[in-house]
Ligand binder design. Structure first.
Ligand code: SF4
Length: 214
């Protein structure tokens, strides 16, 4: 990576981590996706159940294959190929009781706020309450200056790109722009802004010095 970009990533990550800690959350910085993956694997206790949440960030990291190979770890995977929609739904419900949840965040502000938008809500709900530990892997491409720029990013970039990925019947798939549709397949239904947590350290954000996910 370009050394100037690397330096920016490191300095901005330090600032965000300081701000996460003020909000009773944890943060760390991994320069690469490989280093982030090794950190995540080291954070999963023996015998833990791990809830996989929808995240393109983690798909490119070869993370899930590694987790499913960990001894005595149970992966709750609603995205396992071949399972029925009902089974996927049940696994999302079971995920609320997992020891560890792993996801990304649609945006993170410089002052340490996590901004997300869900179609069904299971991901944002479990981030807020349920799993004992929440690990969020966030590429530095998702860092934004303010809450306003976070909602702009999520609404006008992450939403349409994810709709295109899922090949939905929504206007943004044709135009690339959000028109605040009322489509039955709308994926922009539940917002969450996490400002902090009463359980210190429950949420751990791993910032990664690469462009990952949307
Ligand atoms: S609200 Fe509708 S048009 Fe806008 S990004 Fe979401 S799915 Fe696309």
């Amino acid at each position: 990576m370009d050394p100037n970009q690397m330096k920016w990533n490191e300095e901005i990550a330090k600032e965000i981590i300081r701000n996460l800690e003020k909000r009773r959350m944890e943060g760390s910085y991994a320069p690469s996706a490989e280093q982030a993956r090794e950190e995540i694997l080291s954070m999963i206790p023996k015998g833990a159940s791990v809830f996989r949440c929808g995240s393109m960030t983690t798909v490119g990291m070869n993370l899930w294959e590694n987790i499913s190979n960990l001894p005595e770890v149970t992966l709750i995977d609603p995205y396992e190929p071949g399972i029925s929609a009902e089974e996927g739904f049940e696994r999302r419900r079971r995920g609320f009781l997992a020891d560890v949840m792993i996801a990304s965040s649609n945006a993170i502000t410089l002052d340490g706020r996590l901004v997300n938008l869900d179609g069904m809500g299971n991901r944002v709900a479990a981030m807020i309450f349920g799993p004992r530990k929440v690990i969020l892997v966030v590429g530095m491409n998702k860092v934004v200056h303010s809450l306003e720029s976070a909602t702009e990013r999520v609404k006008h970039y992450a939403g349409p790109v994810n709709a295109i990925r899922l090949n939905l019947k929504t206007p943004c798939v044709k135009t690339g722009l959000c028109s605040d549709c009322r489509s039955p397949q709308r994926i922009c239904n539940m917002w969450s802004i996490i400002e902090g947590h009463m359980i210190e350290g429950r949420i751990h954000v791993i910032l990664v010095g690469q462009n990952l996910g949307y």
